[in-house]
Write a protein of this length. Structure first.
Length: 442
C-alpha cells in the first residue's frame, strides 16, 4: 500500500490508508489507546488497542488503518485534521526511541536555553521549535523575491578569504595549506567585485565574526542576506533597502499567518513611507522623549534603538525606521563620506521593532579614494589586490545593504535570544557542544 501523508487523510474518510511518521504523544484510556502521529505535513490522531500500547514518543512507525470521522464533540479545531482520526489495524515499528530526557508533549518546550541547545537534535523536533525555521524559510524566500524584483542576479561567494573583509582583529584565522587565510566577516568585497559584471546582485552567505561577547543578539557564525547595486544614488539605496525590508516582512506575514498567530505576534505595521532620521536627529528625539543625552555618542545603543522604534510606532504607525549618517570613522573603509559633511557617512541601518536588522551604505567607488581609505585605517592595499582590480578598471557609483537572517527571524517572532533562531548556533561558548562543560570534563 502506498503511503498517505497525514494532511491528505482528510479527504479519505472510509478508506484504508498507510501512514508513516513519529509518535508525538500517547494517551491510554483503559482498553483504548490514542496516539498523535506526526509527519512532514501535519499531525493526526490514531486510535487503537493493544497494538499501540507499547509505543512511546518519537518511535518511528508505519500504521495501517481506516480513516473515520471523529465524534462531533471530540473534534479538534486547532489542527487541520481535527475532524478525522485513523482507526489502527496494523502497526510496524521502524525504529524504537529511547525515553526522552524531557517532555516533548507540551505546547511550548519549556527548557532553559543551554538544555534547549544541548539536545538540539531532539528539541528541533518540537512543533513550536520547527515553526521558527518555517518562518526563517519564508524570510529567505521573501528576500529572494524582492531582490529578484529589483533585477538582481544571485551570486555565490566564498567564505575563505586572503584578507580580513573589514580589517580589525575580530576574524577567525585559518591554516590554508602553507598560508594564512581568514573566514570572511561578510560577502562585502566579493559582491562589490560583481557589480561591474552584473550591475545588480544578491547573495545569501555565512559570515564569521570573532567578537569577544556573549549577548542575546550576536552569533559567531551568522547568515547574511545581501544586495549590491550599481548606478545608484544614496536616496535610491534608501528606497531599495526599505522596499526589500517591507516586501520580505509582507511575504512572511502572508505565508506564515498561522505561525505568527501561534506565537502571539500582532499584525505588522508596514507603512508606504518608512520614517527616516539621521543618527543625530534620532539622538535628539530620544533626548526629548526620555531626558537621556546620547548626542555625543558615536552610535545608537540598544536602548536607543528600542526607544526610536517606539517613536516610529507612535508617531508614524511603523514597525520600521531608517537611521542614516553614522560617523565615517565608525564605518568600514569602503563606506563613502557625505560630501557635505565628511565627518558623517552615507550609511544607514534599518531598525525593526527595537533592533537593527540591516546595515549598509553608499560605497567608495573611486580607485584612488579607496586606496587612501584603506591606508588611513592602517591596512595594506596589497592585501586587497583582487578587490581593487574591480575599481582600477572602472566601477560605477554603487552601494548596498545586508540583513541578518537570524536577527530578523528573532525580531519577527519576538524570541528572547538569537540562538533560538539558529538551527545550530555558534558563539564563544558553543560549537554544538558547550565548550565550558568540555573544559570542566578535561
Amino acid at each position: 500500500m502506498q503511503r498517505t501523508l497525514v494532511i491528505d487523510s482528510i479527504g479519505k474518510v472510509g478508506e484504508k490508508i498507510l501512514l508513516a511518521g513519529h509518535v508525538a504523544t500517547r494517551r491510554d484510556h483503559g482498553k483504548l489507546v490514542f496516539i498523535d502521529l506526526l509527519d512532514r505535513s501535519g499531525i493526526i490522531q490514531v486510535v487503537g488497542g493493544e497494538e499501540l500500547s507499547s509505543l512511546r514518543p518519537q518511535d518511528v512507525v508505519e500504521i495501517e488503518g481506516l480513516v473515520q470521522k471523529r465524534p462531533e464533540k471530540m473534534t479538534n479545531d486547532k489542527i487541520p485534521t481535527g475532524k478525522v482520526e485513523v482507526s489502527s489495524e496494523k502497526v510496524n515499528v521502524l525504529s524504537k526511541a529511547e525515553e526522552m530526557p524531557f517532555d516533548m508533549g507540551t505546547e511550548t518546550l519549556n527548557l532553559e536555553l543551554p538544555t534547549l541547545l544541548d539536545y538540539r537534535a531532539l528539541t528541533l523536533r518540537h512543533p513550536k521549535v520547527k515553526e521558527i525555521f518555517k518562518v526563517q524559510e519564508a524570510v529567505m524566500e521573501g528576500f529572494r523575491k524582492a531582490a529578484q524584483g529589483l533585477g538582481c542576479t544571485e551570486i555565490f561567494v566564498p567564505t575563505i578569504s586572503a584578507s580580513a573583509t573589514e580589517g580589525g582583529a575580530e576574524v577567525f584565522k585559518v591554516d590554508y595549506y602553507d598560508h594564512s587565510a581568514f573566514m570572511t566577516q561578510s560577502p562585502q568585497l566579493y559582491k562589490q567585485m560583481l557589480v561591474p559584471v552584473y550591475e545588480r546582485v544578491f547573495t545569501v552567505s555565512h559570515a564569521y565574526r570573532a567578537e569577544p561577547s556573549v549577548t542575546t543578539r550576536h552569533l559567531s557564525e551568522a547568515i547574511q542576506l545581501d544586495c549590491e547595486f550599481g548606478f545608484v544614488t544614496f536616496e535610491t539605496l534608501l528606497d531599495y533597502l526599505e522596499l526589500v525590508g517591507k516586501e520580505t516582512l509582507k511575504y512572511v506575514e502572508k505565508t506564515c499567518a498561522d505561525i505568527l498567530k501561534d506565537f502571539g505576534v500582532e499584525k505588522l505595521k508596514i507603512t508606504d513611507k518608512v520614517p527616516r532620521l539621521t543618527m543625530r536627529e534620532a539622538q535628539k528625539v530620544i533626548l526629548k522623549r526620555t531626558g537621556v543625552d546620547h548626542t555625543k555618542e558615536k552610535d545608537l545603543t540598544p536602548e536607543d534603538e528600542r526607544e526610536i522604534c517606539k517613536w516610529a510606532q507612535e508617531e508614524g504607525s511603523s514597525d520600521l525606521v531608517t537611521i542614516t549618517h553614522y560617523p565615517t570613522k565608525k564605518r568600514a573603509f569602503y563606506t563613502k563620506a557625505d560630501p557635505k559633511e565628511p565627518e558623517y557617512s552615507l550609511s544607514y541601518d534599518l531598525l525593526f521593532r527595537g533592533m537593527e536588522i540591516l546595515s549598509g551604505s553608499q560605497r567608495v567607488s573611486d580607485y584612488g579614494e579607496l586606496i587612501g581609505a584603506i591606508k588611513e585605517r592602517g591596512m595594506n592595499p596589497d592585501n586587497f589586490e583582487m578587490y581593487l582590480q574591480a575599481f582600477k578598471y572602472g566601477m560605477p557609483p554603487e552601494g548596498g545593504f545586508s540583513f541578518g537572517l537570524e536577527r530578523l527571524t528573532m525580531q519577527i517572532l519576538k524570541l528572547a535570544n538569537i540562538r533560538e533562531a539558529s538551527l545550530f548556533p555558534r558563539d564563544m561558548e558553543r560549537v554544538d557542544i558547550r565548550l565550558s562543560s568540555q573544559d570542566q570534563k578535561e
